[in-house]
Write a protein that binds this ligand. Sequence first.
Ligand SMILES: [Zn+2]
Length: 186
Amino acid sequence: MIIVYHRLKDAPCCCPIKRFEQEVKLAKKYGFKLTFDDGLKEHITIALPILKKYKMKAIFFPITSKKVFPGVRWIGQEFMTWDNIKELHENGMEIGCHTHTHPRLSRLSKTDQEIEIKTSTRIITRKIEKPVWFSYPYSSFNNATVSLIKKYGYLYGLTSEEPDYLRLKRTDTNEFNIWCKDKIER
Ligand SMILES: [Zn+2]
């Protein structure tokens, strides 16, 4: 399971801090992946110390522009600095792409989508390293978005949508055998 966090705060809008700590413990036990969208300041002040405490790695998806696409979710929000993002990376966290200004990509032309993806990818690559994880803002994307994230070298694109159960991948026995060998030798 891959979990996504936005706001961490003891308030009705958000994931309360005590609950977050319990969830980190459980995620570690069951091998779930934790992800944090939008590059909020509380991901540094609240999430990072708890992740370090339980030696958990996570993926963070900061917005790379200082000017975000307007929206109610940003009212009163504080964002991380690049020093914060570097600190995450130095602590073994991965940094992924969540676009430059956080638009609904499916509403943009392919050219405008490419500007969002390209700009953000370049900045993260220059400041940290080439990102391989992409998180679609608002889980909004279309075929053009998927072809663009392939073009820019992303290996994984994250949404909150249900997976396509009519296209589930099966693993060939030979591939499974390689996995088994690896487990037996350990
Ligand atoms: Zn977001």
